[in-house]
Design a protein around this ligand. Structure first.
Ligand SMILES: C[S@@+](CC[C@H](N)C(=O)[O-])C[C@H]1O[C@@H](n2cnc3c(N)ncnc32)[C@H](O)[C@@H]1O
Length: 261
């Protein structure tokens, strides 16, 4: 599928981002920091390491939001993926609620086949719901229960899953491709659950997104709500009613930018 996306970086911008990441990866705390009295210098060195990790995290995030899923697939090494997730988890720990905890609920009965797509470094849903059969996918398999896969090309048979989950993982520029892949692996009548940062729904609004899902991606909207009073996260539950249309519209969500520190 060919899509043109405003978030897509030019080759020049893409090179700049890769250079920045490569430079940050080799940067060490400065000598000036080491030459201070020991306790102070250790604290400064730790702060400087944390700042570097955070600035790398921001650049990695920017890369994922501005490139296609196949470019993202080539992008992470195991080490950079691990570092990205260490920072992400620190940030997520400060959120009053974890969005992943709102995807499947314990009332969900039966043994469901679930695809957790863009699961992160750990198979969180698999651990939380041992009674279901949860496939956990991410670009890098950093734990024994995670399978490395691009969300646009999942190693699953068509019509094989009861639930597919994208929790904060609709990052690539070719989202239409990822959503049509979710449709492919879901059984007729199965559920698609999406949790995202609500401010990403620009220029397309949440309502327009839900409409596109109905008109082109073969899903009916079952539920849409914000997860907290500050409206930070939005939850969608869709049901597969048909296969995707032959020609799909481009879906563009705004990048989720993290503040400079
Ligand atoms: C912000 S993290 C969220 C992780 C987890 N779902 C959670 O809620 O804690 C987004 C994850 O999506 C993954 N991701 C982004 N693009 C992907 C792609 N094309 N295929 C598979 N995973 C992808 C990233 O590697 C990252 O681990």
């Amino acid at each position: 599928m060919k899509t043109k996306n405003k978030n897509t970086f030019s080759a020049k911008e893409s090179k700049r981002l890769k250079r920045l990441l490569a430079r940050n990866a080799t940067e060490k705390p400065t000598k000036a920091v080491k030459s201070r009295p020991q306790d102070r210098s250790q604290a400064l060195a730790a702060r400087s390491r944390a700042r570097l990790s955070y600035s790398r995290f921001r650049a990695q995030n920017e890369f994922l939001y501005s490139h296609s899923s196949s470019e993202a697939n080539d992008f992470f090494s195991e080490d950079s993926f691990r570092e990205y997730h260490a920072v992400y988890e620190k940030i997520a720990d400060k959120w009053p609620q974890k969005p992943i905890n709102h995807t499947l609920t314990s009332e969900t009965s039966g043994r469901l086949v679930v695809a957790d797509i863009g699961c992160g470094s750990r198979a969180q849903l698999r651990d939380a719901f041992p009674s279901h059969f949860v496939h956990s996918f991410d670009l890098v398999a950093d734990s024994p229960h995670v399978t490395a896969a691009d969300m646009c090309s999942l190693p699953l048979d068509a019509d094989s899953c009861d639930v597919a989950v994208f929790c904060l993982s609709l990052m690539a520029t070719n989202l239409a491709h990822a959503l049509s892949e979710a449709n492919r692996v879901l059984k007729a009548g199965a559920r698609l659950i999406i949790v995202e940062v609500a401010s990403r729904f620009q220029p397309i609004t949440e309502q327009q997104f839900a409409r596109q899902m109905t008109q082109h991606f073969g899903f009916k909207l079952r539920e849409q709500r914000h997860l907290s009073s500050d409206n930070f996260f939005v939850f969608f539950e869709f049901q597969k009613t048909a296969k995707c249309s032959q020609s799909l519209p481009q879906i563009t969500l705004k990048s989720c930018a993290f503040k400079k520190r």
